[in-house]
Design a protein around this ligand. Structure first.
Ligand code: BES
Ligand code: MN
Ligand code: ZN
Length: 499
């Protein structure tokens, strides 16, 4: 979908569907709405007066207009109470409005915020609306060959704005487009099945990103990883016929020599559990076990497209976890890149192994901060559910920056403690650590394990096992891959870049 911004008279817009947002208080029509009302024989005022349209959040009332109008339909869109309006509510409502129109076979729509919305000029109204539209209309369809012509989509969304808002709205829409398309890129990677999203294919996607200004990509193969001593990662990879890859993306948009932020994403392109095999039910969902890695690729893509003035390194250890004849086994002891030894008690706790090597390797970039993101524990889904990511870390300021970014983007995070008392659960009798701490506090002990490899510098861990893959649609996140982490990271990086 293409989004453009035009100035002009709303009531004169040539489009299939005119979207008019309202708040509950808007009983008196704005000048713009009044003009449309006149063109439509008073339909808007009647719908409001009759109580058919109350402007409750995400309420959509569509009506057909007579043939002499330049537009075919009008969609009244509820934004709820004005005092309670947030950017996330704008995203949610616009997404709902666009989905409703798409399902009604609309291909061209125009949206106009009335003058009553213009008080908070530059407050991100167009940004949020554009995000809601793109994210909410996302569909993953490349594997559908039957009845492709029945797939509905909207080609164009036009924002009609007052002349004074033109430049600001264009800038907001441009930024929203870059970020939302990065989210959709991440969703595509996550949705793609394991047979078409192997570690090498994921690495190819990373290489393609590197055509961008200030962005370079290096891929380490098995031999290179072996010579570096990444034996925790290689242990996980040993049961698979697919070659592992270690993806390094370096975006240098900041000052030369200024220390980078390193983002590390779990890139398990399929997690069968390995010898500690998972049950068959829902194992298919483990194609999404690279959602953290995909979020890192999406975030770096957006950072480069926005040319943020900051240095960022993305690391994605990528492998399958399979129960092949050469697979690593319960009881094996692996010597990780850091030199610390790990007793493998469960081959299904593989994410922390590949992250252990990646986090230790991250230190070679002398970072100011390290953030990892991973579909790490089923326990996290039990603790926080499908909509919320866990955040844990060793640095209050960094955690607070992530929480602040989360407030802005609506990607919910909640902190769990990383107290020393959990160390006991991951001590091994014969090695330094074991790779599981048992069922109690599973998310925390996984993070405790990671902390041993992340070291003392500022580090935060995000467990996205819940929100990476949605079993039901919600608002602007359709069922399936959510792309969580991309918008959070971009918001965080923007703030760090001082923009
Ligand atoms: N990738 C899984 C975690 C997961 C589960 C993500 C469900 C999304 C949905 C991870 O590798 C895993 O298997 N973790 C184990 C750890 C356990 C063996 C200590 C788990 O959570 O059961
Ligand atoms: Mn696993
Ligand atoms: Zn996993």
């Amino acid at each position: 979908m293409n989004i453009d911004v035009k100035k002009g008279l709303i009531a004169e817009m040539k489009t299939q569907a005119l979207i008019l947002p309202f708040c509950e208080e808007d009983k008196k029509l704005s000048a713009e709405a009044l003009a449309v009302d006149r063109k439509t024989a008073g339909m808007i005022s009647r719908l409001i007066k009759n109580g058919d349209f109350e402007a409750k959040l995400s309420q959509v009332s569509v009506f057909q207009v007579s043939a002499d109008c330049p537009f075919e339909k009008v969609a009244l869109l509820g934004l709820g109470k004005r005092k309670e309006l947030t950017l996330d509510k704008v995203r949610r409502a616009v997404s709902k409005g666009m989905q409703t129109l798409r399902d009604g076979k609309v291909r061209h729509a125009a949206l106009a915020f009335g003058s009553e919305f213009m008080s908070g000029e530059g407050a991100g109204l167009y940004f949020a609306a554009a995000e809601g539209a793109i994210l909410g209309l996302y569909q993953f369809t490349p594997y559908k060959t039957l009845a492709r012509n029945e797939i509905k989509s909207i080609d164009t969304l036009r924002f009609i704005v007052p002349a004074a808002s033109l430049a600001g709205a264009k800038a907001e829409v441009r930024k929203a487009g870059i970020i939302s398309r990065a989210v959709c890129f991440t969703r595509d990677l996550v949705s793609t099945p394991g047979n078409d999203m192997t570690p090498s294919i994921l690495a190819d996607h990373a290489k393609k990103l590197a055509g961008r200004k200030n962005l370079s990509c290096t891929i380490l193969d098995r031999k290179k990883m072996k010579s570096l001593g990444m034996n925790a990662l290689l242990g996980v990879a040993s049961g698979s016929c697919q070659e592992p890859r270690f993806i390094i993306l370096e975006y240098r948009g900041g000052k030369r020599g200024s220390a980078p932020i390193v983002l590390v994403g779990k890139g398990l392109t399929f997690d069968s559990g390995g010898i500690s095999l998972k049950p068959a039910e829902k194992m298919d969902e483990m194609k999404t076990d690279m959602a953290g890695g995909a979020a890192v690729l999406g975030a770096i893509m957006a950072a480069a497209d926005l040319q943020l003035p900051i240095n960022v390194v993305g690391l994605v250890p990528a492998t399958e976890n399979m129960p092949g004849g050469c697979a690593y086994k319960p009881g094996d002891i692996l010597t990780s890149y850091s030199g610390l030894t790990i007793e493998v008690l469960n081959t299904d706790a593989e994410g922390r192994l590949i992250l252990a090597d990646a986090l230790a390797f991250a230190k070679t970039f002398k970072p100011v901060a390290v953030i990892d993101i991973a579909t790490l524990t089923g326990a996290c889904v039990i603790a926080l559910g499908e909509d919320v990511a866990a955040v844990l870390g060793n640095d209050e300021a960094l955690k607070n920056q992530i929480k602040a970014a989360s407030e802005m983007t609506g990607e919910k995070v909640w902190e769990l403690p990383l107290w020393e008392l959990y160390d006991e659960q991951i001590k091994s009798e014969i090695a330094d650590y074991k790779n599981t701490g048992g069922r109690p506090a599973g998310t925390i002990t996984a993070a405790t394990f990671l902390s041993k490899f992340a070291g003392d510098g500022p580090w935060v861990h995000l467990d996205i096992a819940g929100p990476a893959w949605k079993t039901k649609a919600n608002d602007y996140i359709p069922k399936g891959a959510s792309g969580i982490g991309v918008r959070l990271f971009v918001e965080f990086l923007e703030k760090r870049a001082g923009k």
